[in-house]
Ligand binder design. Structure first.
Ligand code: F6R
Length: 614
């Protein structure tokens, strides 16, 4: 969702801000803007609907000088995507400019109050209310920007990461956060601001992650100051981030999504590195060992997540229940947080999130924590809000995921869940040594087996062409493959805009089979596991109704290959590890169908990578 960038220092701000916005494009947005205090000490604000490149075209003849500025990509919440609603927003006198990520929930009340005092508004956003409120307080009380921001934020209900500039005080930017991420980068006589570290790492590896209700004052020639809304100084830790710039580029691939699909074998190695011993006989997730008493004493586990991470959670449930014999409940974070869940100190909540910033997942974590549950995070973005809010956890270590459609994060999450289930099961003695060893050894083989699947990319690209006509798709799987079916359907719908549904294969007969006709492609995960015969019957039922079956089968399967219209062959693996293999061709198929349809694969319409509002 909205992306924030800021700069103050000795360099020209505009190129840094634009490059930063491009780094944040992956978050999803529909308009962009920039504010700079130029050499003439004017506060210039430029905004455009569309891409950052549209903004660049718009400002090509304008004054973009200055070494202090803020910039923003907006994902519309209040008010349609258009230049007027894009950020930065000026205050009435055009003395202040402000950018905001989040939602001001009580904006209507504040707006009425300001309108009664004669304020008029140029946009239909909640954000403009905030900048007007800050200016109103600043003017009436004749106080400095920081104090005005503190007083204004005390009146605000909602979520925010903001940055404000004052034309009359061009050596300072004031930035604040509550429930939306904000990072300060500390360079040599310069500061950076951003929603995550990706726009900053090119210039400095020293960052401070702001906590809720903290305000950062970045001032030319002064050290970073962090205070709270009551102006009490907040101690802040300077962290070192390590991010390879190559991870933020496409590296020769046409899209980030394809690059990230192909990165998966390496990502799974990275995810397992240091966690599986060199002999390949033992898995240790240190967080599980450190907190084993707490984890083993749990009555049940509750996994909270959204979207693709929720699909990984379903696989996690299967793994933990069958390996550890601990009951697991999987909840959508957005439902869990509002259903007054029965939860207490004997529960363990696992929060899964690639970005570590998903507002609903973060709120679910806070709620569970407030009721005494022990919280374990499985996240990708290092230093993001969810890992900081949990008691412990494991990073998936798959590197920055830029494509909006999650790919390598999913397989990374499933890998960590597998290692978690194995580590706990060994402690609990719920699986025998032979099975444990077979899973560990096979897990180590997964990257090579993924590579075998990736070799079929050209073939999958070819067969995808056939299906660009389709308006609907059904995905079917059973057992461990059911969440894979859900994930395949989600990938297809979010990037190709083809309606797709995933079902447990046997559920077909209870309704969805009515949809099957000669026009309906049905993707079936039909690998040779315990449910093979059952899935075979499901395929026969589809064929009897002339559905077009695309089957994922194990190499050498001659039975299903005679029945299905198309087969994609997968290397054999243990049933519990099949999701790691079977997901890959479905990612590729969704990708190629979307490309054939000419869709914007990396930034699909209406979607945001990091869903920081509920
Ligand atoms: C789908 C996708 C989303 C995310 C969801 C949760 O491809 O990316 O469904 O999985 O928004 O995001 P995280 O994992 O960052 O909490």
């Amino acid at each position: 969702m909205c992306g924030i960038v800021g700069y103050i220092g000795h360099r020209e701000a505009y190129p840094i801000l634009i490059k930063g916005l491009k780094r944040l494009e992956y978050r999803g947005y529909d308009s962009a803007g920039v504010a700079l205090i130029g050499e003439d000490r004017q506060l210039n604000v430029y905004k455009a609907k569309g891409k950052v490149s549209d903004l660049e075209a718009f400002v090509s003849q304008k004054d973009v000088s200055g070494n202090v500025g803020i910039a923003h990509t907006r994902w519309a919440t209040h008010g349609e995507p258009c230049a007027a609603n894009a950020h930065p927003h000026y205050s009435s006198s055009q003395r202040l400019a402000l950018i905001h990520n989040g939602i001001i929930e009580n904006y209507a009340v504040l707006k009425e109050k300001l309108q009664a005092k004669g304020y008029t508004f140029r946009s239909s956003t909640d954000t403009e209310v905030l900048v007007q409120l800050i200016e109103y307080i600043q003017t009436v009380d004749n106080i400095d920007l920081l104090t005005a921001v503190q007083l204004a934020l005390r009146e605000v209900i909602g979520a925010y990461a903001i940055a404000v500039m004052d034309r009359d005080n061009p050596d300072e930017i004031v930035a604040a956060r509550k429930s939306s991420p904000l990072v300060v980068g500390i360079g040599q006589d310069e500061f950076f601001l951003a929603s995550d570290a990706t726009p900053i790492v090119e210039y400095t590896d020293k960052v401070v992650y702001l906590e809720d209700e903290e305000i950062a004052v970045i001032r030319r020639g002064a050290p970073l100051k962090v205070v709270n809304l009551n102006n009490v100084e907040c101690p802040h830790e300077i962290k070192t981030v390590s991010m390879n710039l190559g991870q933020l580029e496409k590296g020769g691939y046409p899209h980030f999504m394809l690059k990230e699909i192909f990165e998966q074998p390496d990502c799974i190695y990275d995810c397992m590195r240091g966690r599986i011993n060199v002999e390949g006989t033992n898995v240790v997730l240190s967080a599980v060992i450190d907190y084993k008493e707490r984890l083993l004493a749990a009555n049940r586990f509750i996994i909270v997540a959204c979207g693709t991470s929720w699909h990984a959670a379903l696989i996690g449930k299967h793994l933990i229940e069958s390996f550890c014999r601990i009951p697991v409940v999987v909840e959508y974070a957005s439902e869990f947080r509002y259903q007054d869940p029965v939860i207490g100190s004997n529960d363990v909540v696992i929060a899964i999130s690639q970005s570590g910033e998903t507002a609903d997942t973060l709120a679910a974590v806070e709620l569970a924590k407030s009721r005494g549950a022990f919280i374990y995070g499985i996240c990708n973005a290092i230093g993001s809000s969810i890992p900081r809010a949990t008691h412990t956890g494991s990073y998936i270590h798959v590197g920055p995921e830029i494509g909006v459609a999650s790919t390598k994060a999913f397989t990374g999450q499933v890998t960590v869940l597998t290692m978690l289930a194995l580590t706990l099961a060994r402690e609990k003695r719920t699986i025998d040594d032979a099975f444990y060893l077979s899973v560990v050894q096979e897990l180590e083989q997964i990257p090579e087996k993924m590579k075998e699947v990736l070799k079929q990319n050209d073939r999958i690209a070819e067969l995808s062409k056939i299906f660009t006509y389709a308006h609907n798709f059904i995905y079917l799987g059973r057992g461990y493959s059911y969440p894979v079916a859900l994930e395949g359907a989600l990938k297809l719908k979010e990037i190709s805009y083809i309606h797709a549904e995933g079902y447990p294969a046997a559920e077909m007969k209870h309704g969805p089979i009515a949809l099957v006709d000669a026009e309906m492609p049905v993707v079936v995960i039909a690998t040779q596991n315990g449910l093979y015969e059952k899935v075979l019957s499901n395929i026969q039922e589809i064929k009897a109704r002339k559905g077009r079956v695309i089957a994922l089968v194990n190499k050498g399967d001659t039975v299903i290959s005679r029945l299905a219209d198309t087969c994609i062959e997968l290397p054999e693996t243990l049933e519990c590890l099949e999701p790691l293999i079977a997901t890959v061709p479905l990612q590729l198929m969704a990708y190629h169908i979307a490309v054939c349809k000419g869709m914007d694969v990396d930034q699909p319409r209406n979607l945001a990578k990091s869903v920081t509002v509920e």
